[in-house]
Ligand binder design. Sequence first.
Ligand code: AMP
Ligand code: MG
Length: 413
Amino acid sequence: MITVQEHLSRIVDCVQRLPPIGLDLLDAQGCVLAEAVTSEVPLPGFRNSAMDGYAVHAADLAAASQTAPVTLPVVRDIVAGNTETLSLAPGQSMRIMTGAPMPEGADAVVPVEGTDGGLLMVAVLASVSVGQYVRQAGEDVVAGDVVMDDGTRLEPRQIALLAAVGTGVVRVTPKPRVVVISTGDELIEPGTRPGFGQVVDSNGLMLTAAVRALDCIPFRVGCVPDDAQTFRSTIESHLRRADAVITTGGVSMGACDTVKEVLSSVGTMRFDKVAMQPGMPQGFGVLGEDEIPVFTLPGNPVSALVSFEVFVAPALRLMAGRPQHEISMVTAVAAHDWAVPFGKVQFARVVLSQTSSRDGSGHTAAIAGLQGSHALGSLAGANALAVIPADVTSVRAGDQVLCHPLGPVLVAS
Ligand code: AMP
Ligand code: MG
């Protein structure tokens, strides 16, 4: 028996950030930059108006007030998109729109609200300071600056900045393509009602969805029977299109544990018992010329999901160039006593609820229902896994437990 940490370390030491590729900016959403990006242009690219109003020489309006407005001729309009170089003579104004280039000479903008809105002549009702409502070229981004570091994840905001500085294609770490293979003679395709002895391949859908939820690219192969030859050829054919492979089922001690049987002596594959509940039978190794990481997860649905969260997700994040952990653990108070296994880390399905009192807010964790590793009902009803270390012998109501959220957990507002 090995520890959870030993198994995870072995995986993490084996996987590598994927080699970079060039992608159009929008296609790179969710990827991380594989190199720093330097801007060749300043932002704003030119001095422009922050308001709809009038471009002026501030000095002309030094004496302007509500009771003694200063009137200036309006010599032209400047709209956003104007590309002429214009110049404003002292004693004059130009009507200017938000984002339009400032004429040379003008050093301030009077917002339309501070005027009578005149088209040929404008009465200005207050003085303005130099630079007022003017966006200076380069005040946001200086040309030559590194605007984004290697490893930055491209969310909508980052995409906007890269677009603004003129980037079309970015070099990023691609999202891992992950093949999901379910094994078992009992499995039938989702969407069909199972007959006696049949089981719907819920793991296949769950793991495919989990890969997608992690912002990686899943490919679900479907159900493969417990036949060594079929399984071998299936995994071989998919190794070519994958950055990682996840299998489920066939790794325990049964008579038809095909995955273990076929892969035991291949590549660097190793099958271990990991001191955890659920999820004890685990296999991992790299296969094929390209040394593709292969995770062989147990077939029991809860074991498969826990294994994904604990072992596969950290590895996929690293391959994607992201941090190994992106989820903050939540400390909660056990709502009641519950039984824990001896000498194994327990991943208990719990419902985390937010509590608030005068002392502040916190979370309680209550067991989500039947804890068997086959019990999908309690898995679907849970929103976290309480992680109880191997050396803890009991959980009592009121104990603090560390929980790994499985989805959004309410945060005190
Ligand atoms: P195994 O690990 O193959 O011995 O399977 C353990 C248990 O998980 C059995 O009850 C299987 O029917 C169930 N199981 C295996 N694979 C799947 C799957 N893809 N979807 C749902 N249940 C599964
Ligand atoms: Mg099986």
